[in-house]
Design a protein. Structure first.
Length: 237
């Protein structure tokens, strides 16, 4: 059974679980009814080129807009899982950027990478914790002085971890490029949407932005009604 067959069966099971299928009767269902199913599909049944990719589709669309507009030539993605989004970002760079140098993929380990991701020659993999000095120096060694750098953090969303990664990697972001802090909507126990703002990556962003004159939150990147990255699109100015 292929991935897409599994995807269709999984979607059917989710429809059974939530009693949902798109129709004129449920088009106006409350967001809190729709989101659990949609986000479960995102987490387990969303693919890019057949590789599992846990990305909200509207956010993935925003990424290609950003890459087309700002033309980074290298992206640091912290947190790679199966590698679907890493391959997607490498494709976007090939399509829209000049002198693309691909993606640097950082994760605690890359045991869950699919073979097609691991073998992609446009991606340089770095194993280790994104907040560690060792990983940071390994990433810096792969950069060139004239690189146009964008950073995306989709790793551990505990507040201190997100804050340390943000503080450590934000100086690498080129002027006019973005640090994207993903999953600011995640609450305790990975509850989405969370019910308060004292937890996780959202807290890290708010702490980082206190008195910060080098970055601004770009709310125009949240235009698709719902985003997993509320307040998370940080443009270096």
């Amino acid at each position: 059974m292929g991935d897409y067959d599994k995807e269709h069966i999984g979607t059917f099971k989710l429809r059974q679980q939530y009693g949902f299928r798109m129709s004129t009767e449920n088009t106006w269902m409350p967001l809190y009814h729709f989101l659990p199913m949609a986000l479960e599909i995102q987490a387990s049944l969303t693919f890019y080129k057949g590789i599992k990719t846990s990305k909200w589709p509207c956010d993935a669309w925003i990424y290609q807009e950003l890459i087309f507009e700002r033309k980074p030539n290298i992206i640091i993605e912290i947190g790679n899982f199966h590698g679907g989004s890493t391959v997607m970002l490498a494709d976007y760079l090939d399509l829209f950027s000049e002198n693309s140098r691909g993606v640097i993929g950082v994760d605690i380990d890359h045991k869950q990478l699919e073979s097609r991701s691991l073998k992609d020659s446009r991606i340089q993999w770095v194993d280790g914790d994104g907040k560690s000095d060792e990983v940071f120096h390994a990433v810096c060694a792969l950069l060139k002085p004239d690189d146009r750098v964008m950073v995306i953090d989709d790793s551990n969303h505990e507040p201190d971890h997100s804050y340390q990664v943000l503080k450590k990697f934000s100086p690498l972001v080129s002027v006019g490029q973005y640090f994207i802090m993903e999953d600011t909507v995640v609450g305790p126990g990975n509850i989405i949407p969370k019910l308060h703002r004292e937890y996780g990556a959202d807290w890290a962003v708010r702490e980082f932005m206190k008195g910060n004159t080098e970055f601004r939150i770009d709310h125009m990147r949240e235009k698709w009604f719902y985003t997993n990255n509320v307040d998370g699109f940080l443009e270096r100015i």
